[in-house]
Design a protein around this ligand. Structure first.
Ligand code: ADP
Ligand code: MG
Length: 506
């Protein structure tokens, strides 16, 4: 099937998220959509999948104009989509999830279940999508859940499959497996729209690349084009894929974690006997696939969850029992993973968010009164210094773009004296230009003598920043290595493949 997009435009109020986009997806091609965060890729796909109404333009299937008023229209036309966030029901089996929302689900449950299981098996063997139809989705690794989503789309006879940032949640090995699956789909005539911002993946599997920037298609390219060229197309200027930094001048152990164990509310051990240290003036990267205990480890460091066992020390002081406020006051800076939840108050202005937990400091208050002038001056200075793109300092943070929201958090945390900086996914959802900026500031903080702990699921980010890398898998640190180790080795550690813990000191 041939899918054409002509002049497709989507406006949200006065904001144009997609500006007259033209694209053609040829039968059996892997068409990569490359673009930084916020470029408008998901918006475009949501129009193709009947989730959003185009403001202008049209979609043609095999030359015929079509209108999709819901995903079921798109599915009927042969379009399938695997979303950035999976839409599976965790407590259902694979087969149950695949048959959810299908016409033939009405009638005796058993029969349909058997039919669904059979469909799953057929698709499994046809496309090399190994998955057991009877397993509960919640028990499956993320990579397998994704296969279930793909099977679900294929079970509706998708001729064009949209994969929206499918590799963001996968280990390097799972990414390789997904690419194999994509090749097999293509070999059998399915077209794939593959969205990613990782150039390596585009080059490995793409037939054609369309680059989207600020809602427009800025060009098409061949996967053999040099990475630097693609990156430049993506952001509209030359980007540095590596961070300039000198060798670290490391000092004493500032943060030390000894035999830390955290049990989650469901009673599972999510952090298992973790010990690590971060020295003054170094960046310790914590690598790992999402969901291997990193979040809980960080929360324990910040006093956001109580460890079940073990000790956390900050410059020798036991802070294991500190709450979040005490931890911040003791000199820990925090860039949270979920900034909309923990990082800022969306309804508050940029100005207010820039002093969120600092408002009691003498700089910003005199007794019970706030020093509004000082607070405004601080805001103007930070907006300038961190290049926060906002209409004014009074704009609510919720209406800034993701990258600028993150800059507000970074600006606030970096404008107070820190002993330790803990940054979890510091550039998630941030455009490439802001990534570069935030990385530079993190290194500057390191060079001021702060012990920096970075948690990231992006290996490129871990490599760019870290002086040492600890790899987390299944709640444990399975290896501590230096950044000269090959990616594949870290990939194996991230996938829990290495038998023996690796120990390399810096
Ligand atoms: N429902 C919406 N309302 C308002 N703005 C939106 C909506 N959906 C997306 N946007 C905005 O459109 C832009 C493009 O978003 P998106 O398509 O999700 O980008 P991408 O998938 O390329 O990261 C962003 O600035 C985003 O904030
Ligand atoms: Mg998106």
């Amino acid at each position: 099937m041939r899918l054409e997009i002509q002049g497709l435009t989507k406006r949200f109020g006065s904001f144009t998220a997609n500006d007259s986009i033209d694209l053609t997806i040829e039968p059996g091609e892997i068409h990569c959509l490359l673009g930084e965060n916020g470029a408008g890729k998901s918006t475009l796909m949501n129009m193709l999948y009947g989730l959003l109404d185009p403001s202008e333009g049209r979609i043609l299937v095999d030359g015929e104009p079509v209108t999709f008023s819901s995903p079921s229209d798109a599915i009927t036309a042969g379009i399938g989509m695997v979303h950035q966030h999976f839409m599976l029901v965790p407590v259902f089996t694979v087969a149950e999830n695949v048959m959810l929302g299908r016409e033939h689900t009405r009638g005796p449950g058993l029969l349909n279940r058997a039919k669904a299981a059979q469909t799953v098996r057929e698709l499994s063997s046809r496309y090399g999508l190994a998955v057991d139809p009877d397993r509960l989705v919640e028990d499956l690794p993320v990579g397998v859940q994704q296969r279930v989503e793909i099977i679900k789309a294929l079970s509706h006879d998708a001729k064009v499959l949209i994969l929206d940032e499918p590799t963001a949640v996968l280990t390097p090995q799972e990414i390789d497996e997904l690419m194999e699956i994509m090749r097999s789909l293509k070999a059998q005539g399915t077209s794939i729209i593959f969205i990613t911002h990782k150039l390596r993946e585009v080059k490995a599997v793409g037939d054609r690349i369309s680059v989207i920037r600020r809602g427009r298609v800025v060009g098409t390219a061949d996967p053999s084009a040099p990475e630097a060229e693609l990156a430049e197309m993506m952001v509209g200027r030359e980007v540095k894929l590596v961070v300039d930094k000198d060798a670290p001048q490391t000092g004493a152990d500032v943060l030390s974690v000894e035999n830390l164990t955290v049990v989650d509310p469901r009673g599972h051990q999510v952090v298992k006997d973790v010990s690590l240290t971060a020295r003054a003036g170094e960046v310790l990267g914590i690598a790992g696939v999402q969901g291997n205990g990193q979040t809980e480890l960080i929360k324990a460091l910040l006093g956001l969850v109580r460890p079940d066992a073990g000790v956390v020390r900050l410059a020798g002081e036991d802070i294991s029992r500190y709450g979040p406020k005490e931890s911040l006051d003791a000199g820990i800076g925090y860039i949270p993973e979920d900034r909309s939840h923990d990082g800022y108050v969306g309804t508050f202005s940029v100005r207010e968010n820039l002093i969120l937990d600092l408002y009691r400091s003498p700089e910003f208050s005199r007794g019970p009164a706030l020093r509004l002038d000082a607070i405004s001056q601080n805001a103007d200075a930070r907006i300038e210094e961190f290049d926060i793109r906002t209409e004014s300092r009074e704009t609510p943070v919720s209406s800034l773009s993701g990258g600028n929201q993150q800059k507000v958090v970074v600006a606030r945390e970096f404008s107070r004296p820190l002993k330790v900086l803990v940054a979890s996914q510091p550039t998630r959802g941030v455009d490439v230009g802001s990534i570069e900026f935030i990385h530079k500031r993190i290194i500057a903080e390191r060079d001021r003598g702060t012990a920096v702990v970075i948690v990231s699921t992006e290996l490129d980010e871990i490599y760019a920043l870290s002086d040492r890398i600890a790899v987390m898998y299944d709640g444990r640190i399975v290896g501590t290595v230096t950044p000269d180790i090959p990616r594949e080795k870290i990939g194996l550690l991230m996938a829990g493949v290495a038998d023996e813990p690796t120990e390399v000191s810096a």
